[in-house]
Design a protein around this ligand. Structure first.
Ligand SMILES: Nc1ncnc2c1ncn2[C@@H]1O[C@H](COP(=O)(O)OP(=O)(O)OP(=O)(O)O)[C@@H](O)[C@H]1O
Ligand SMILES: Nc1nc2c(ncn2[C@@H]2O[C@@H]3COP(=O)(O)O[C@H]3[C@H]2O)c(=O)[nH]1
Ligand SMILES: Nc1nc2c(ncn2[C@@H]2O[C@@H]3COP(=O)(O)O[C@H]3[C@H]2O)c(=O)[nH]1
Length: 913
């Protein structure tokens, strides 16, 4: 990069920086990066002027490969440079190449010839527009007709794009790419005012890096650094392009828009680079998440270690906002330091600004007089600082004076628009310039790195792990990273919400404000890889909980907009059910009813069953004969002896929260010195095992009904990442209607997302091979046991049965294919059993992409009325006889416990029970 010296004169600078050789370094840094990316995803492609209709990634790679070529050319230049001792040769080489690779130059020349091209316009349409000079007649800029002093964007006006083409929001990387295909907004139109021949354009026109030097006093009004379109100020120096012929597509697009319209449309529809798009979305979210920081130009530059060379003053909070439609004739770019949408000219339109590029207060500052001349005169009287000073004006009206390290000229590049203001050097100043291509390269490189980072991260998030690579890339493209500080409300209950979040760093607290109190109830903590915000998007847009940043070091989230969420994410099973809090709230309410009941209020009616730790009694609450409950009584000493403390705690937690009609509800727990107690809903239809024992086996339809009940229970549990691990007919109880419910959650466990568990537990005939082999297991072990249950219900015996557990394990390890299926198992049933009992847990039906719905859709369930099951309108195959709430006829009789009461245990391990 060369220092552009502005002797109170005017040279266009797309973006101003300094440092002599930074340009080469920038290119190099970019291309090393881009090249690296290129190798990660190799593709054969060339730079094409019109975008291909391929997807975003190939489009992106087109650009990368073309850019790699430039890099190679650049390296050639550098090599030549090193060889050439004579400085003049060096600069000649640079001039020759426009300090950029020849391929690019060639391309730009083409672009220059063709004028602005709306992406989907055809060549023919361009010609109709009269915009595109006929081949061969292209005006080539020469030293004579071009200088570096005045930007005259009117020379090559850009037509508004047809709306329908531009409303498509391309992914960010594609956007970056697209920008590479547009001609720079200013270099191509460098032109000296006719009356003033260029003074310093010693060699040629194409380089933006020539050094200029002259005295500040030479300043002339037209010597601006960059200039807003002159057509706004004066008649164009050349006739405007002829309007397109009536009726053509281009003519429809070529509506002579008012300036305000043009700007609004431009903002809304132009292929904005990543950056500007981020800005738009950030604005939309600002109310919800005020503290949003994002990748910015500054960050991009910092990434290239330009920090010291580019002292971009950009630490002030910048509040960006979207433009408002207005009817005024003027566009008044500007933003106030307090962030309100204040218009410098009082006419209500602010150019959207990428954050952090230029401090807003600079733009908002305006001299009281608003008089350019007076201002300039004053400025001249003031000291010439070593940095120099420039004046920003618009339509002749003074806007501000910039001095020191300021960035300017980025808008036209970012938004592919004409210069939005005129910048005039009012003292001698040195500006550092980044040429358009380089600037875009930086943006693209940042985009590429970001995309790779995000895609990798998404792959590590369990809910996304099964998504295809291209889907992940699509998501990465539209992600935005946001940061919050401890205590920030990322989401506020009741607010309107439009976004979906994935936590990439830190922890957040979920709270819900209860209806009748002001208090916020703690619900859970969420951490890295967890998501939130889906409920508002699935429901009526209102946030259903508060999400508060909890980590002292802050929280980072990746934010996804509604459109992407709907297209790519909303259908994932886990998204639908992960935080089904309505149920949890309802459960809490139900449990509240039992708050005042004590152990002494319960009256034992009969014993329902005997489990590993004690008995289950049918009880009634004193004074209430209308209902009965099951009270599970567990010996504390025995729990400790068998080291089941943790399992018992988890049983209490899961059963106490579960709100599923296929799972037995736990209402309240008690404890004394000897026992732990669980007060549950009673299921008086008896155990499914008892019915099976009596019947021998079930037919296909009966088995289907009970299996379906278990599928529903698993759907509930698995969507919450809870593994059950003890499926068997003994743990399936019939209610008085004949629907089965899962009971005994002693082995159930809530898994961390994406994690496995290793505890060897379950019932030998039902355990999956990976449990036996201690390879770690997760919810897929439940699908295995579902297959076993189906087999047992259809035949009366589980498929893997040995005379002792070790023999049983051996049979299990031989696999389902070694099992002979009796004839009464239909082909569809055996097909489903085999799909559930795959040796490889990842291959089991229910565990794959479609989740548990794959089981529901299996042929064996064809015609099964799932909805009827869910709303309990489906007639169960077996209707148990339950005469009253204390009828225990469906249970076996159990003699009193021969062991007598256990010893006391007051160690306190059960304090949370
Ligand atoms: N809510 C209930 N309603 C009716 N009967 C129940 C209920 N809960 C348990 N039972 C009966 O008590 C038996 C033992 O209950 P449970 O399986 O929960 O105890 P456990 O100590 O965990 O037994 P296991 O040794 O099988 O783990 C059940 O098989 C069932 O017959
Ligand atoms: N539009 C506008 N641009 C300003 C202002 N102050 C400084 N600038 C810079 O002036 C530059 C003119 O060229 P660009 O439109 O590319 O980018 C513009 C900004 O970087 C202002 O108040 N309004
Ligand atoms: N309502 C509710 N939301 C929760 C819970 N746990 C986490 N969340 C998340 O909190 C988010 C708040 O915003 P949304 O309602 O959009 O989506 C919500 C869920 O993603 C919970 O138990 N209940």
């Amino acid at each position: 990069m060369k220092i552009k010296h502005y002797p109170g004169k005017a040279v266009d600078a797309s973006l101003s920086l300094d440092n002599d050789s930074a340009m080469g370094a920038l290119y190099e840094a970019n291309w090393l990066q881009a090249h690296h990316q290129h190798h990660r995803a190799p593709t054969q492609s060339t730079l094409s002027r019109q975008p291909s209709n391929a997807g975003s990634s190939s489009f992106l790679l087109d650009g990368i490969s073309a850019l790699s070529k430039y890099q190679m050319t650049l390296e050639n230049i550098r090599r030549l440079e090193q060889q050439a001792q004579d400085k003049r040769i060096v600069s000649a080489i640079k001039e020759l190449n426009g300090y950029r690779p020849s391929a690019l130059q060639h391309h730009q020349q083409q672009q220059l010839d063709n004028g602005w091209v709306a992406e989907e316009e055809t060549e023919a349409e361009e010609e109709q527009l009269g915009e595109k000079p006929k081949t061969g007649n292209a005006p080539t800029p020469t030293a004579a007709n071009v200088n570096h002093y005045v930007v005259d964007p009117t020379e090559r006006q850009r037509l508004p794009r047809p709306r329908q083409q531009l409303s498509v929001k391309p992914p960010s990387l594609r956007r970056s790419q697209t920008m590479l295909q547009h001609p720079p907004p200013s270099y191509v139109t460098l032109r000296a005012p006719k009356s003033k021949p260029a003074q310093h354009n010693s060699s040629n026109s194409s380089s933006a890096y020539s050094t200029f030097s002259s005295a500040a006093e030479d300043r002339q009004p037209e010597r601006v650094i960059c200039q807003q379109p002159l057509r706004l100020l004066q008649p164009p120096t050349e006739p405007p392009p002829p309007p397109p012929t009536a009726g053509s597509k281009a003519a429809r697009a070529f509506k002579p828009l008012s300036r305000s319209q043009t700007s609004v449309q431009r903002y809304a529809t132009i292929r904005m680079p990543n950056h500007s798009a981020s800005f738009c979305r950030a604005t939309a979210r600002a109310a919800e998440t005020p503290d949003i920081r994002r990748h910015s130009l500054e960050e991009a530059l910092q990434g290239l270690q330009l920090e010291e060379q580019l002292p971009v003053a950009a630490t002030e909070p910048v509040v960006s906002r979207q433009p408002e439609r207005h009817t005024s004739r003027h566009i008044s770019p500007g933003a106030s330091s307090n962030g309100s949408a204040k218009d410098l000219n009082g006419e209500g339109f602010c150019i959207p600004r990428p954050r952090l590029i230029v401090p807003v207060h600079t733009y908002a500052r305006r001299r009281r007089t608003g008089n350019l001349k007076e201002q300039s005169a004053n400025a001249q009287e003031e000291d010439v600082t070593s940095d120099g000073r420039v004046e920003v004006s618009r339509e002749g009206k003074y806007l501000s004076t910039l001095s020191g390290a300021k960035v300017l000229g980025e808008l036209a590049i970012l938004y592919n628009c004409q210069r939005t203001a005129t910048i005039t050097a009012i003292t001698e100043c040195n500006l550092w310039a980044i040429e358009r291509q380089c600037f875009q390269t930086i943006m693209m490189r940042t985009g590429l790195i970001r995309q790779a980072e995000y895609t990798d991260f998404l792959k590590s998030v369990p809910i996304f792990k099964d998504l295809a690579e291209d889907t992940l890339i699509k998501i990465s493209d539209v992600l935005e990273e946001t940061h919050y500080q401890r205590g920030d409300y990322i989401v506020r209950q009741g607010a309107r919400g439009d976004t979906f979040f994935i936590i990439s760093k830190g922890k957040v607290r979920v709270t819900i404000k209860q209806q009748d109190t002001q208090e916020e109830k703690f619900i859970r903590m969420l951490g890295k890889g967890d998501f939130f915000g889906e409920k508002a998007l699935q429901g009526d847009d209102l946030r259903t909980a508060n999400i508060i940043c909890e980590s002292p070091e802050g929280v980072s989230c990746l934010v996804i907009d509604r459109e992407t969420f709907n297209q790519l994410i909303s259908s994932l099973d886990e998204i639908k059910h992960r935080y089904d809090d309505e149920g949890a709230m309802e459960r809490r309410k139900i449990n509240e009813e039992f708050r005042d009941i004590n152990l002494t209020d319960l009256r034992v009616i009969a014993t329902l069953g005997v489990g590993g730790f004690g008995r289950v009694e049918l009880v009634q609450v004193n004074g209430d004969n209308s209902r009965s409950f099951a009270l599970k009584q567990m010996k504390k000493s025995q729990i400790v002896e068998t080291r089941q403390q943790q399992h018992i705690m988890s049983e209490k937690e899961i059963m106490g929260e579960a709100n599923c009609q296929f799972i037995v509800k736990l209402f309240k727990t008690f404890k004394d010195k000897k026992y732990l107690y669980m007060l549950m809903e009673s299921c008086l239809g008896g155990e499914l095992w008892t019915i099976l024992r009596d019947k021998g086996n079930f037919d296909d339809a009966t088995t289907r009904f009970y299996t379906a009940c278990v599928v529903e229970a698993f759907d509930y549990l698995h969507s919450r990442n809870i593994i059950y691990r003890d499926l068997k007919p003994e743990n399936l109880l019939l209610d008085e209607k004949g629907y089965v419910k899962l009971v005994d959650f002693g082995f159930a466990k809530k898994l961390q997302t994406g994690r496995k568990t290793w505890t060897f537990c379950g019932t030998p005939e039902y355990v999956a091979p990976e449990v036996i082999l201690n390879r770690g297991h997760d919810i897929s072990a439940d699908y295995w046991s579902l297959g076993v249950l189906m087999f047992e219900l259809l035949t009366g015996t589980p498929p893997f049965t040995g005379s002792d557990p070790m023999r049983t394990y051996n049979i299990i390890l031989k696999g389902i294919d070694a099992i002979e299926f009796p004839r009464n198992i239909t082909r569809n049933a055996s097909n489903l059993i085999k799909k559930l009992c795959r040796d490889n847990p990842a291959e089991r039906l229910g565990y794959q992409r479609g989740g548990i719905s794959e089981i529901q859709k299996h042929k064996w369930f064809d015609g099964f009325y799932w909805w009827g099951l869910q709303n309990r309108s489906l007639e169960p195959p077996i209707k148990p006889s339950v005469k009253s709430v204390v009828d225990t006829a469906n249970f076996d009789e159990y003699p009193p416990d021969p062991e007598g009461p256990p010893p006391d245990d007051v160690s306190g391990w059960d304090k949370d029970f």
